[in-house]
Write a protein that binds this ligand. Structure first.
Ligand SMILES: C[C@](O)(CO)[C@H](O)COP(=O)(O)OP(=O)(O)OC[C@H]1O[C@@H](n2ccc(N)nc2=O)[C@H](O)[C@@H]1O
Ligand SMILES: Nc1ncnc2c1ncn2[C@@H]1O[C@H](COP(=O)(O)OP(=O)(O)OP(=O)(O)O)[C@@H](O)[C@H]1O
Length: 290
């Protein structure tokens, strides 16, 4: 997959921003600032937004493609670029074109991944030389999911998802359904009936099959299209919610079985099949440009 994200003769280059799945998600507490303490397992999938960067000598950060409903100054790619420039004192700028493939408000972390790819790509293209830890520190204030995309390995995550321990997981095929609704992460975390006091678990519990997502019951109740998608997946071994949704997924050992389920899935659930990856396509791309 990384072969399609190559440097271009014009000096521009195209970089992948992959999606993630939360294979489980427990909410084990709440911090004084209102953010929730989580335990989660992140894995990447080979479904990506594509970001094209062109270095500018004049210092301007220019967004070249609209992201529906997102003003340029709120765009996570622009915010990430400004943050990197401010942190390093770099005087260069960039044209950024984001070709969205990932649904927004889907729990696939598309916006967060776009931000992470911007940090990693511009750190390279501007030669600002920050190491991975420094980039992850810059990433966290942009969003709780941004650090895992900067680090680029499947992980057991704690805190708000910034305390990450790499994990080697099976890399199965997933059938992902993107039901026709957008879920606000903030609204789910604000919901009065959200479970906020789950008992902490361990990676061993997850491996033994404890794949609870504490957001599930609230999201199922509030978003009928998500409930319908989960009901449909119950015929295929059961569905899970990623993050706060709206996307749900089922796990398949064999690609052929995932494709069979895909064929039968109602198109309004916007299904696709993707491969689980323990190493992000962003890191794979970095290998090709170093
Ligand atoms: C649900 C997950 O996707 C799981 O990976 C993430 O925890 C969410 O990460 P994210 O989308 O990057 O979230 P952020 O942009 O940081 O936060 C969006 C909003 O969700 C709430 N929020 C988020 C993460 C968290 N651990 N506790 C929260 O209460 C906060 O109200 C915040 O204002
Ligand atoms: N480049 C961008 N791409 C997508 N969303 C962006 C971008 N920049 C800012 N946003 C904002 O971030 C919000 C969350 O987008 P995102 O696609 O990451 O949702 P999500 O998949 O539910 O994420 P998560 O799993 O991290 O909660 C969007 O609704 C949008 O307002």
């Amino acid at each position: 997959m990384s072969g399609s994200f190559t440097a271009e003769p014009s000096g521009a280059s195209t970089w992948p921003a992959p999606a993630k799945l939360n294979l489980m998600l427990r909410i084990v507490g709440r911090r004084p600032d209102g953010y929730h303490e989580l335990q989660t397992v992140f894995q990447f999938i080979d479904r990506c937004d594509r970001l094209r960067f062109e270095v500018r000598e004049d210092g301007l950060i220019n967004r070249l493609a609209e992201v529906p409903g997102v003003a340029p100054e709120d765009d996570l790619t622009v915010r990430a670029a400004l943050r990197l420039r401010e942190a390093t004192g770099c005087r260069l700028g960039a044209n950024i074109r984001c070709e969205k493939q990932l649904p927004m408000g889907g729990g696939l972390g598309g916006g967060s991944s776009d931000a992470a790819t911007t940090l990693v790509a511009l750190n390279r293209l501007w030669a600002t030389g920050l190491d991975e830890d420094a980039l992850a520190d810059l990433a966290l204030p942009l969003g709780a999911d941004v650090p895992v995309f900067v680090r680029g390995f499947a992980a057991w995550g704690e805190g708000v998802g910034e305390r990450l321990v790499p994990v080697a997981l099976p890399e199965p095929w997933y059938l992902v359904l993107s039901p026709p609704c957008s879920v606000s992460t903030r609204d789910v975390f604000m919901h009065p009936e959200l479970t906020r006091d789950s008992a902490p678990a361990t990676l061993a519990d997850f491996v033994a099959g404890d794949v609870v997502n504490d957001c599930l019951s609230v999201v199922r109740r509030e978003y009928a299209p998500v409930a319908a998608a989960l009901d449909w997946l119950s015929g295929w071994g059961g569905g899970r919610l990623t993050g706060t949704g709206a996307c749900v997924f089922a796990v398949f050992e064999d690609r052929a079985d995932a494709l069979r389920a895909l064929e039968q899935c109602p198109p309004e659930m916007r299904p696709f099949v993707a491969r689980g990856l323990n190493r992000s396509p962003l890191l794979a791309h970095m290998d090709t440009v170093s």
